[in-house]
Ligand binder design. Structure first.
Ligand code: B12
Ligand code: SF4
Length: 554
């Protein structure tokens, strides 16, 4: 039974819905497609994974199903990060008319198993599968689902339940990161202490040929906007600020700064209302260049995730940009930069790969993500590789995530070497630039020094808020990093020392006191963590169950 065309559920908005992410545990090798190299952690998976106990560890909820739940009026449970047992228990203790499973491509094996479980434990339920997994060609034959949903899911689910698909989008209050830990310490879950996630749109109109999010929501020239204007966005952010008591927002929009009119209207509203917000955004270099540094700073941009593809590659976002200069400038203005570099582009060879990685590392970003060039199902690149017969047969989808080995025949680099280059890139960035936490401290201090007397009180307040951490706990962390990094790279350790002295000059009493009191404890926890990691310690997210419009089954 594999109809994918639209039909309305007979119970409409009275249908009882379960929306689930795929089951864990995630950070281990198993037959369902979990891989130890592919944990459910943003930074440790693809950014700071070579940084040992200095790696930033945290989880992020499955926002797609949270958005869908918030925007339908049917009784609905969201089950996030279940175990197989928890999923089975939920299916058997509550009767569901519809079971929605959200997944990305790597987890297709888990989707298959979950569909099987639904058929066995809740045979009357209709199964709906959505998220990027739906882009796999021939998925209909791989899993036993009733509906496979490609693209935007809120409007699909509203149509399926006979609701108004064009109704305004309500935004759930989402705490961005969970169970953050670094240097062996789990940070306390203080209300308002973590950013809120805001999702203004899905997709990206730039349409780079390898880009899966762009392709999934329509490709070049297309994307789905949930909030068109700065006014709408401002209102949503005010609501979430009040509910979660946050000043900081993780803006989950593939290219937030590209939409200048919306961003500038948001800035106007922030100024009128005296909002001292911090925004972490994804943006391409040419979109960033549409703003002056002061505009970015006043808009509260404090962290930018930016593609830094090789200057020799053909991706339009870097044309004419000197990305090294831009990175430097942003950091000088207190804006943390997370660079993103692709390893194994078409023009890469064993002879130029080292030089290309060195060029990426020389950007001296705060964070650096490296990813293998990967044709992912649903993208133009995948089609191209398939047409050229270059996709490698027998590569499990569970291994197609860009952090392991090529899934295609590269013209010059072997599959095994792709992993070696990728691992080396992470290591080289860590070794020559130091822990990301140290680099962030550098950027924070620069921002504070430049803007502490700025005329706009919103801006002063923001930098003062950030620097509070630097003058206390982060200075203790600098003391530890300086000590521990001596064994890795003495020059970097000396640089950390210099930064610590500068911090202590700005904040002579607090900074010294915290380094002296908290430093030794952090040193102990860092070393303990290093030992645990060496013994194979991994981390898993907790399971969540959240019900909305809920009525117990009769
Ligand atoms: C947050 C995030 C994560 C979080 C975890 C989220 C989670 N709980 O699963 C973390 C950081 C841990 C993570 C990890 C990984 N991620 Co990730 N992640 C994202 C990110 C940045 C945001 C996802 C999001 O919430 N988007 C906003 C929501 C609204 O969109 P959405 O999820 O697509 O949902 C919409 C539709 O897809 C649909 N939909 C979704 N689910 C369902 C369910 C039903 C029933 C229906 C009807 C519809 C539907 O409706 C939603 C609303 O329109 C995306 C990039 C992006 N911009 O989307 C990458 C992304 C999803 N991740 C990706 C990848 C590859 C990974 C990793 C493999 C890491 C890596 N090496 O790159 C790991 C996998 C970890 C694992 N073991 O599973 C890819 C997926 C590629 C693919 N085609 O499958 C993406 C697209 C990034 C990219 N451009 O490459 N990720
Ligand atoms: S600019 Fe970034 S998000 Fe947009 S299509 Fe290119 S890679 Fe994807």
């Amino acid at each position: 039974m594999k109809p994918t065309q639209m039909e309305t559920h007979p119970k409409g908005s009275h249908a009882r819905i379960l929306l689930s992410s795929v089951f864990g545990p995630y950070a281990q090798d198993d037959e369902f497609g979990s891989r130890s190299i592919n944990p459910m952690e943003l930074y440790h998976n693809q950014v700071t994974r070579a940084q040992g106990s200095f790696s930033l560890r945290m989880f992020h909820r499955s926002w797609g199903i949270m958005m869908i739940q918030e925007n339908i009026s049917a009784p609905c449970s969201v089950l996030d990060f279940p175990t197989r047992k928890a999923f089975a228990r939920e299916l058997t203790t509550n009767h569901y008319d519809v079971v929605g499973i959200s997944s990305i491509i790597v987890n297709v094996g888990k989707v298959r198993e979950m569909c099987r479980m639904v058929r066995e434990l809740s045979p009357d339920s209709a199964i709906v599968v959505g998220g990027h997994v739906a882009a796999i060609p021939g998925i209909e034959a791989m899993i036993d689902a009733d509906h496979i949903v490609r693209g935007e899911g809120i409007s699909w689910m509203r149509r399926y339940l006979g609701e108004d698909e064009h109704a305004p989008i309500r935004h759930p209050a989402i705490v961005s990161g969970l169970e953050t830990r670094i240097m062996g310490i789990r940070l306390p879950n203080r209300k308002g202490g973590t950013a809120a996630t805001i999702i203004p749109s899905v997709g990206c109109p730039m349409g780079c040929n390898f880009c899966t999010t762009s392709a999934f929501f329509g490709g070049k020239g297309k994307f789905v906007n949930f909030y068109e204007t700065g006014d709408e966005l401002f209102d949503v952010m005010c609501g979430i600020e009040a509910e979660l008591k946050v000043h900081s927002f993780f803006v989950m929009d593939e290219n937030f700064l590209l939409h200048r009119t919306r961003a500038m209207r948001l800035l106007e509203r922030m100024k009128e209302a005296g909002k001292s917000w911090e925004l972490s955004v994804f943006a391409s270099a040419n979109a960033i260049r549409k703003y002056t540094m002061l505009e970015l700073v006043e808009l509260g941009i404090s962290w930018v995730w930016m593609g830094l593809e090789s200057p020799r590659s053909s991706y339009s976002k870097l044309q004419g940009e000197d990305s090294r200069q831009l990175t430097h400038e942003l950091r000088e203005h207190g804006i943390r930069v997370q660079g993103s570099t692709i390893v194994g582009l078409e023009h890469h060879t064993p002879d130029n790969m080292v030089e290309e990685i060195e060029s990426a590392v020389s950007h001296q970003t705060d964070f650096h993500q490296f990813m293998l060039y990967t044709p992912v199902p649903g993208t133009p690149l995948y089609q191209e590789m398939a047409d050229q017969g270059r996709l490698l047969p027998d590569v499990d989808f569970a291994d197609v995530h860009g952090q392991y080995k090529f899934n295609f025949q590269h013209s010059a680099i072997s599959r095994d070497d792709s992993k070696k280059f990728l691992d080396w890139a992470f290591w080289r960035d860590f070794e020559s630039n130091g822990p990301s936490l140290y680099r962030m401290c550098q950027t924070m201090l620069k921002g504070w020094q430049r803007y502490k007397d700025y005329p706009d009180p919103r801006v002063r307040e923001r930098f003062a808020r950030e620097v509070k951490k630097l003058s206390s706990a982060y200075n203790a962390a600098l003391w530890v990093m300086e000590k521990e990094f001596k064994q890795v790279n003495r020059t970097v350790s000396d640089r950390i020392h210099k930064l610590r002295r500068e911090v202590e000059k700005e904040f002579p009493v607090v900074a010294r006191l915290t380094a002296a009191s908290l430093g030794p404890i952090l040193l102990w926890s860092t070393r303990r963590e290093e030992n645990r990691l060496a013994k194979g310690r991994t981390y898993e997210p907790p399971t969540f169950i959240e019900r909305r419009n809920w009525v117990p089954a009769s």
